[in-house]
Every structure is written in structure tokens, then in C-alpha cells.
Design a protein. Structure first.
Length: 108
């Protein structure tokens, strides 16, 4: 698995776990989670291949090796299109401690 896909998968899994724990945010998360789902197709891609391609393009402009997954997620969602405004707001409000706790949980 590539480093880029590992980061993508980590971010997706954190948001998917957040969705499980907070069903009241289902409407805000459902569009992103369904299009970004990496479990639909084989290989390194998303349900809508354009989502992962856009993520790769974003990473190509970033020195991501020196950043945490949390920092990458914050930067990534801050530059996304307003179509994902609900998910953007959730990620913007999520603190590093909460994000990392979810990441540790999904990484088991």
C-alpha cells in the first residue's frame, strides 16, 4: 500500500468512525463518505475515483512527509469544494486529540 493511500485510508476511517459514533451528523457526512469510500473497488481508489485523484493532486503540492495525518486532513478539507460543506465543518471543528483518538481506534 502506498503512503498516499495509507493517509487517505486513515482520514476516511476516522470520518467513518465519527459517523458511527455521531449518527446525528449523518446528513453532513454521507456525501463525502459514500464518494470517498475506498472499499468499493479493488486497489487504491475511492467509490468515485475522482475523489482519490483529487486527494493525490492535493498531496502532490504538499510536503506531507513532515505532517501528521491530522494536519493533512485539516489542510485537505479546508480546500475542498463547498459540496462537502457539512464534512468540511466537522473536520474544521475536530480537535487533534479527538482525531488522534479516533485514528488510534480505527488503526487497531
Amino acid at each position: 500500500m502506498s503512503k498516499q493511500f495509507s493517509i487517505y485510508l486513515s482520514i476516511y476511517n476516522v470520518l467513518d468512525r465519527f459517523y458511527d459514533l455521531h449518527p446525528e451528523y449523518a446528513e453532513e457526512l454521507q456525501d463525502y463518505l459514500s464518494e470517498a469510500n475506498p472499499n468499493i473497488w479493488e486497489g487504491e481508489c475511492s467509490g468515485d475515483p475522482a475523489v482519490y485523484e483529487d486527494f493525490l493532486e492535493f498531496l502532490s503540492k504538499l510536503d506531507y512527509e513532515s505532517l501528521s495525518v491530522y494536519q493533512i486532513a485539516k489542510l485537505y478539507f479546508a480546500q475542498l469544494d463547498e459540496f462537502y460543506s457539512g464534512t468540511i465543518k466537522i473536520v474544521a471543528a475536530m480537535g487533534e486529540e479527538e482525531f488522534n483518538a479516533l485514528l488510534a481506534e480505527v488503526s487497531k
